[in-house]
Design a protein around this ligand. Sequence first.
Ligand SMILES: [Zn+2]
Length: 270
Amino acid sequence: MGLDGGTVISRTDVLRGASWDLAQADASTSTRGGQLSSHRRHGASRALPPSVVRETRWRVCALSGAPLSPARGVVACALGRLYDRETALTHVLTRHGVFTSEEATYAYANRLNSSGAIGDASHLRARSDFFEVRLARAADATEETPEFECPATGARCGRSAVAFVALRPCGHVVSEKAAREAAKAAAVGGGGGGGGESESPPTPPTCPACEVPFDPAHSLPIHGTEAQVEKLRDAMDRRHAAEDDAKARRKGRREAKRRKRTTESESACG
Ligand SMILES: [Zn+2]
């Protein structure tokens, strides 16, 4: 990589390579029809240090490997992974057979063909599987190397083991600590003191970024621990199974109605 010529490898270069490697490890990206350099091809088999994986996951779309941009829109899935909004929506549309673009179709096919994927996309079934999140950009971040932080504490996303959650319904991504402190403040300031007026409903905590009330029980851990992701996956699987049941019941009712109509019209004719 031309080091003798005095080339300085910037942090951006490292992250760009890492994001490509991560996307390959996730087996969820297209090559965009480009010719891969030998460096990149070999790079795919490189084991990435956990800190680089952690940092990169916070910067790139889990489907395309492209940098996340709050201006373009960022969504999170039920497992707490982050995606470019349009990429996620296109993925779901393509899954349902809607043609959006040739590139999107190839990208989708690539994702299907890649087996053993870490970040497989089979759980992205409908628009309802995403939830819009609002990421606070760090002051020194660029479009190419995005970096996000907690709007309350300034902790950088992915730089350390600090945990982050997306609050609902506003979607702000804040450190778990900031969310906990907001909940604590609400409990102290609200009806949680034990005494006071009887039957006063507890005051819900408010988002430290926009002051919209949020439900701590429904905060979504973003890039959470393995145990958190397993728990989220269980809840998601149960929800998907219930959706499938409801769909099957609706289909059964439609079929029964159609059969009844056919029988009626046949007996009317005969
Ligand atoms: Zn908010």
